[in-house]
Design a protein around this ligand. Structure first.
Ligand code: MN
Length: 316
């Protein structure tokens, strides 16, 4: 059962010591929400620790005060933020997440596995919910404001996605009033790429080919590039959605080489083509507009096979 904001505040203030757990491969929402809540609870005398099993990507280390690893111990009461299910925290914290005292989240799939839960799928980000909680017992200083702005801005793609409501914008306005330096944060979060990321994108775009009157595109990412540039998952994230920006494109397939003749595909469509059905045909799966599969063979053959299959689905 869901608790009220007041109910969650009362529970949080009853703890002396709290560990906040974020999800693995942490994003701006889980980290920003966790650190905002940490600073607010510390301001009223609580001892608070934030933990994450994964390494923090360089982009978000301004939130963790420069720390690459925050995989410390779980002490005191357990609070999970932006964690849809206990398995999302990774193996070393899963048993703690299963017995979480408080769960704060916006994923509609969250079953409410905590003793006390505040789950609001209407919120664009967990940061929006955390703001409502903190406002009840703490000042929002510029440090908290920047954490929460990061949470909300990243989960809405800088207020571009359909999940950004009037309330989301009002929350952002409040955070700006509270001292969030929006120009600085937006530059860091949305207008800065690592050298490896930019270079892989440049080479992938160079490989991009059009099929069926520009309606379908294919591009590749070679394993050698990843090795040479020491690219990590963070550097490769988001690249497969870029060809969707090309006017008239209905589907795009990004072939990421994982072995000599093996490719991991990310297929994106505008909804006219069912990406999940096409990927299922090749042994994969996913959602209607974003799906994936693995293919083996020569890239020059595979791209044609995939483009044909996508076009076949479009003609249905
Ligand atoms: Mn989120």
């Amino acid at each position: 059962m869901n608790s009220s904001v007041d109910g969650i505040v009362k529970i949080l203030l009853s703890f002396d010591s709290v560990t906040i757990i974020t999800h693995i491969r942490p994003d701006g929402d889980t980290l920003g929400s966790a650190y905002a809540l940490k600073y607010a609870l510390e301001s009223v005398g609580k001892t608070v620790n934030v933990v994450c099993e994964s390494e923090i990507s360089p982009r978000y280390r301004f939130i963790t005060q420069g720390r690459k690893n925050i995989n410390g111990q779980c002490i005191g009461a357990v609070v999970c933020v932006d964690v849809a299910s206990p398995s999302m925290v990774g193996g070393s914290y899963e048993e703690y997440a299963r017995k979480a005292d408080v769960v704060i989240d916006h994923h509609s799939s969250n079953m409410g596995y905590g003793k006390y839960n505040l789950i609001d799928p209407q919120s664009a980000a967990t940061g929006e919910i955390v703001l409502r909680i903190i406002q009840k017992f703490s000042e929002i200083d510029s440090r908290i404001a920047e954490c929460l702005y990061t949470a909300i801005a990243t989960d809405t793609g800088c207020f571009v996605y359909a999940n950004a409501t009037d309330n989301t914008h009002l929350a952002a306005a409040y955070l700006i009033q509270s001292g969030a330096d929006v120009a600085k944060l937006n530059k860091l979060l949305f207008r800065t790429k690592s050298h490896a990321c930019f270079e892989i994108e440049r080479r992938a775009f160079d490989s991009l080919e059009y099929f069926y009157d520009n309606s379908i595109t294919c591009m590749k990412i070679e394993l050698d590039w990843i090795k040479e540039l020491h690219a990590n998952e963070d550097d490769l994230e988001g690249i497969s959605s870029i060809p969707a920006q090309i006017e008239g494109t209905k589907a795009s397939a990004t072939f990421r080489q994982t072995d000599k003749d093996t490719y991991k595909l990310s297929v994106r469509t505008n909804g006219e083509i069912d990406a999940a059905a096409v990927c299922k045909y090749f042994g994969g799966g996913g959602h209607k507009m974003a799906a994936g599969c693995t293919m083996t063979g020569d890239y020059k053959d595979l791209k044609k096979i995939m483009a044909d299959k996508l076009f076949e689905d479009l003609s249905k």
